[in-house]
Write a protein that binds this ligand. Sequence first.
Ligand code: UN1
Length: 496
Amino acid sequence: MIDKLLSGLGVPRSAYTSGSFPLHTPIDGSRLGTIALDDPATVAAKIERARDAFDVWRTVPPPRRGELIRRFSEVLRRNKAALGELVSWETGKIAQEGQGEVQEMIDICDFAVGLSRQLYGLTIASERPGHHMRETWHPLGVVGVISAFNFPAAVWSWNAALALVTGNSVIWKPSEKTPLTALASQALLEQAMHGFDDAPPQLSQVSVGDRAAGQALAADPRVALVSATGSTRMGREVGQCVAARFGRSILELGGNNAMILAPSADLALAVRATLFAAVGTAGQRCTTLRRLIAHESVKDEIVTRLKSAYAKVRIGHPLQGSLVGPLIDKAGYEAMQDALEQARSQGGKVYGGERQLQSEFPDAYYVAPAIVEMPRQTEVVRHETFAPILYILGYREIGEAIALNNAVPHGLSSCIFTTDIREAELFQSALGSDCGIANVNIGTSGAEIGGAFGGEKETGGGRESGSDAWKAYMRRQTNTINYSHELPLAQGINFD
Ligand code: UN1
C-alpha cells in the first residue's frame, strides 16, 4: 500500500528501507519503513551544497524563480490525492484534512508566484537636493526549515515557496515522525525542477534527523535564517542558538487558543466552529481550540450542545470516513491522560477522553475528545497539551473574558463569537486579544495562507505565509543616490 503510494510520488524504496530508525503509522501502529538519520557532519555537508546553490539561484530573476514554483504547484495539483493520503498515513489525519494540507501547499505556491513579480521596496523622499532614496530587497542565503509532525508538508511549503522566490536555497529538517511526506514533497519539487535549467541541484534538500541534526542547522553560521515550527521547548533552544550567532529566526511555536462566547453569540455557529477547532486533527494543531470562555448566561447551554455534538463525532480509521483519527503516538496519549488527571485534581469535571478502539487497534491511540468544565483557569488550563481537550471556563463581563484569553504563556490564535459590534471591535483592538490571530465568528484554526501566520509571547513572535511575511526571507538594503554635482551632507553638516 505505502510502497505503491511512495513509488507513485517518486520516492525510491531504498530511501525508506535502508536506515535503522523505525517509522510507524499512527493509524494502526504498523511499520512503514526504516530510515537513516543524518549526523551533524552530513548536515554540514548539505549546508555547504546549499550555499553553492544559493550563489547561483540568487542571480536568477525573481519572476523566473516564480516559474519554478508555478511548475511545482502544477505537480502538486496532479499529486494532491496521493500526497494527501500519505499525510494521512504518516500523521493519522483524516482524508479531508490530508487533502486540505496539500491544498494549503498549492495555495502558498500560487501566492508566491504572484509575489515573484512584486518584492516591492519603497522609494523615500531625500532631504538632500539632487538625491533620491530607495530600498531594495535581496536574497538572504541558506534557509533552514524545521517542521513538526502535525503539518508535515504545508509548513515547509509556506517557508520553501517564499524562500525560493526570494532567491534562497532551502534545507528542510522534518519531524522524524513524518519524514516520508518530506521525501515525497522533495521528490515532487525535484520533478518540477527537472528540465528547468535555472534551478541548481541542491536548491532544496531534506535532512532527516533528530535533535542533533536540528542543533547542527541552528548553530551553523552559513544558515542565514532558521524557520522553526514545533514546541516552545524546541523553539527556545533553536532561537537562543541562532541568536547567539546573530542569525535570523522565525519561530512558530505552540498555542493555547481560546474562544470567547458572548451572550449574543449565534450558538449553532459556535458549536460547529468549536467542533472543527477543538476536535479536528484530533486536537493536534498549534491553532487547536483549547479553551472556551463562555458567558455565564450561555455556558450551560453550550456545554449541553457540545456534549451532544461530541457524542456524534465518528472516531476511527482516518481514511474511512471518520472525523477524528488517532493521536500521533503513545506519548501523546499519555500526555493527554496526564492532563485530564491534573484537571480532575484541580477541580475539573471531565467528559470523554477515554481510549477508543483498543481491541481493533491495540498499537494505535484513538481517544474520545474531552470536554472539561473548570472552576478557574488553573495551571493545567494554562498549559498547552497537544490533544483534543477543551476546557470550559465562565465569565461575567467582557473585560474579564479578554483577561482570561490573554493570561496564558502563548499568543497564537483566538476568537470571539458575538453579534455585538462593540465587543467584536474591542476584542480586535489594542485592549483586546494579545494573539497573532484574532477572529470574529470563526474558530481559532484553519487560517488561510493569505494572512501572516504566527503569534506572540511563547509562540515565538515569527510570521510566516501571507501578507509581507516574505520580508523575513530577504535582506533590506537602503540605497541613497546622488545625481547632482554637489555633495550636500545629511543633517545640514558643513565639513569644509
Ligand atoms: C500548525 O498547526 O502548525 O491555521 C499550523 C491552521 C493551519 C495551519 C496550522 N492553516 O490551522
